[in-house]
Design a protein around this ligand. Structure first.
Ligand code: ATP
Length: 474
C-alpha cells in the first residue's frame, strides 16, 4: 500500500459522493505525499484550501480514509506555500486534520454519510495542535521595552499598547502610525506584533512591508492564484503592513488590499498600518481605501525632543554595554535631531571608530562623525535663515544686510547671502533678489560671480565662505 493507492481509493469514493465541480475544485489539486503507519499526508495548495476542506469535507475525508486505513486513520495536511507569502523561502507546513465537524456545514457531503458512526467523531484530532503556524516575520528586538516613550510618540505608543493588549477589540482599527523617516514606525509596528504574540500565542500575526505585499500580489497574478493570495491574508488575525504609502499608484494592489482589509475588519481582526505621511497627504491612493485608513486612529510619531533623544542614546549605549561621557551624549542629541536611525548610526560609528583606532571617545571625534552624518542629511535651508546666519556672522542685523548702502563690508555680506541662497536653495535668481533687499536677478548673478572670484583671490574672503558654509550646512 502506498500513499498514492490509498489516496486513489479515497478519491474514487469521494468522487461518487460529491458534485463533479466540487471534486474538480477541491480534490484534483491534492497530492498524496506520504503514508506512515496509519497517517496519510496530503499536500494542499494553500492554507485556505486546507481550511475549506476541514470546513466542508472533513467527514467525507474521514469516512473514506477510515475505510482504507482503519479506525485509527490520521490525515495530515502539507501546505505548500508556493508564493511564500510573508516567508523568505518556500516552505511546507504540516498540520494534522482538526476536528471541525461541529462547525461543518454538511450540504456538500453526501447524505448517507451524515451522522454515520457518530461515536467516531474525530479520528483525526491530535490534541493540542489546532492552529496553523504562520511565520510572523516579527523582529523580537523591536519591542515595547526598548521603544522609549516621549512626548513625540506618546499617543502612538499608547494606542499601540492598547491594540496589542486587545487586538481587534479597540476602536483603533485600523491603527495607522505615521511620521517622518527614521522615527520609529517600523519599530512600533513590530512591538505591537511581538506583544500580541506574547499575550496571545494562538493568534496568527503577520508583519509585511507594502513593497513585499505588492510583489507577492504581482506574482500571484502571474501564477494565476490571486484568490489563494487573498485567502491567505484573510485568515490572519493581526495584519501589520509597513509603509502603506508605497501602494500609491498601484491600483491592482490597492484593490486586493481593499478586499482583504474589509474582510479582516468585518471579522474583528486587527489591522496595523504605517506610513511616512498622514492619510490626507497620501497621493494616488483610492478614496475608498483612504477613507478606511481613517476609520480607526491615525497617530503621528513626531521628532523626539532633546530629552527623549538623550534617553534613546543612553538606552542604546546601555544595551551595547558602552559608556560615554555626558557631554558627548548631549552633543549628539543636540546635533542629530530629525532622525533616530541616524542618531543610532552616529553612536555606532563613534563606538566603531574609537575601538578600531584605539582612541578614546571624545568630543573631537564625535564632531567629526556628526559632520559625516549631518552632511548626508541635507537640510533644506531657507533664505531667511541664510540672511540671519550671515548677518550674525558679520555682527550686523538683517535690515542692515538688506539696506541700500554701498559700504563695502555690507555689500560683501549681502553678496555672500545671495551666493549661499543660490547654492543651498532651489529659489530662482529673481526670487533670491526680491527676498534679499529687493534686488533684481542680474544683481544676484553678479553677486555669485563676485563671491566665486573673491574666494579664489582673497584669503580672508575665502575664510568667510568656508566658515559660513560650515554654519549653514551643519
Ligand atoms: N522611541 C524609540 N525608542 C528607541 N528606539 C527608537 C525609538 N524610535 C525609533 N527608534 C529606533 O530608531 C531606528 C529607526 O526606527 P524605524 O526603523 O522604526 O523608523 P521608521 O520610521 O520605520 O523609518 P522609515 O521611514 O525609514 O521606514 C530603529 O533602530 C529604532 O529602534
Amino acid at each position: 500500500m502506498t500513499a498514492q493507492t490509498v489516496w486513489d481509493n479515497c478519491l474514487s469514493f469521494i468522487q461518487d459522493n460529491i458534485t463533479p465541480q466540487a471534486y474538480k475544485t477541491w480534490f484534483e489539486p491534492i497530492r498524496a505525499v506520504k503514508l506512515t503507519d496509519n497517517a496519510l499526508s496530503i499536500q494542499v495548495p494553500s492554507k485556505f484550501f486546507y481550511e475549506w476542506l476541514e470546513e466542508h469535507y472533513v467527514k467525507l475525508l474521514k469516512v473514506s480514509l477510515t475505510k482504507e486505513l482503519g479506525e485509527h486513520a490520521k490525515l495530515v495536511y502539507v501546505i505548500r506555500m508556493e508564493n511564500t507569502y510573508g516567508n523568505r523561502q518556500p516552505f511546507t507546513e504540516k498540520i494534522p486534520s482538526t476536528n471541525r465537524s461541529n462547525k461543518m456545514k454538511s450540504q456538500e457531503v453526501d447524505a448517507p454519510f451524515k451522522n454515520k458512526n457518530p461515536e467516531l467523531k474525530n479520528p483525526f484530532v491530535i490534541p493540542g495542535i489546532r492552529n496553523l503556524e504562520i511565520e510572523s516575520q516579527l523582529n523580537p528586538n523591536y519591542n515595547f521595552d526598548n521603544f522609549l516613550e516621549g512626548d513625540s510618540n506618546r499617543l502612538a505608543r499608547s494606542a499601540g499598547m492598547a491594540v496589542a493588549n486587545k487586538p481587534g477589540g479597540t476602536s483603533f482599527n485600523p491603527l495607522l502610525i505615521f511620521g517622518g523617516v527614521g522615527l520609529g514606525k517600523t519599530h512600533l509596528a513590530h512591538a505591537i506584533g511581538v506583544q500580541i504574540k506574547d499575550r496571545y500565542p494562538d493568534k496568527t500575526v503577520l508583519y509585511i512591508s507594502a513593497e513585499k505585499f505588492t510583489q507577492q500580489y504581482i506574482e500571484s497574478v502571474k501564477k494565476n492564484n490571486r484568490n489563494d493570495f487573498i485567502h491567505f491574508y484573510q485568515v490572519i488575525d493581526v495584519l501589520i503592513v509597513d509603509d502603506i504609502q508605497l501602494l500609491s499608484g498601484k491600483a491592482g494592489t490597492q484593490d486586493v488590499f481593499f478586499h482583504i482589509f474589509n474582510h479582516l475588519h468585518q471579522n474583528g481582526k486587527q489591522v496595523v498600518l504605517t506610513s511616512d505621511k498622514a492619510p490626507v497627504d497620501m497621493q494616488d491612493i483610492e478614496q475608498r481605501l483612504l477613507s478606511r485608513f481613517k476609520w480607526g486612529l491615525s497617530a503621528e510619531l513626531q521628532q523626539p525632543g532633546f530629552e527623549t533623544r538623550v534617553s534613546i542614546i543612553k538606552n542604546k549605549l546601555y544595551q551595547d554595554g558602552v559608556e560615554m561621557p555626558e557631554d558627548i551624549v548631549e552633543f549628539l542629541a543636540n546635533n542629530i535631531k530629525t532622525n533616530i536611525r541616524e542618531l543610532e548610526g552616529a553612536i555606532i560609528s563613534l563606538i566603531a571608530h574609537s575601538s578600531f583606532n584605539k582612541k578614546e571617545i571624545n568630543l573631537e571625534l564625535a564632531k567629526k562623525i556628526v559632520d559625516n552624518y549631518v552632511k548626508h542629511t541635507k537640510r533644506e535651508v531657507s533664505i531667511d535663515y541664510i540672511q540671519k546666519v550671515v548677518s550674525d556672522y558679520f555682527q550686523m542685523d538683517v535690515d542692515t544686510l538688506q539696506s541700500k548702502t554701498r559700504k563695502r563690508h555690507i555689500v560683501q555680506a549681502r553678496q555672500l547671502a545671495m551666493f549661499f541662497a543660490k547654492k543651498l536653495t532651489k529659489a530662482s535668481l529673481a526670487s533670491i533678489g526680491s527676498q534679499i533687499g529687493k534686488r533684481d536677478h542680474a544683481t544676484v548673478l553678479h553677486a555669485c560671480k563676485t563671491v566665486d572670484n573673491l574666494s579664489t583671490t582673497d584669503k580672508q574672503f575665502k575664510k568667510y565662505v568656508e566658515d559660513l558654509n560650515k554654519k549653514l550646512t551643519m
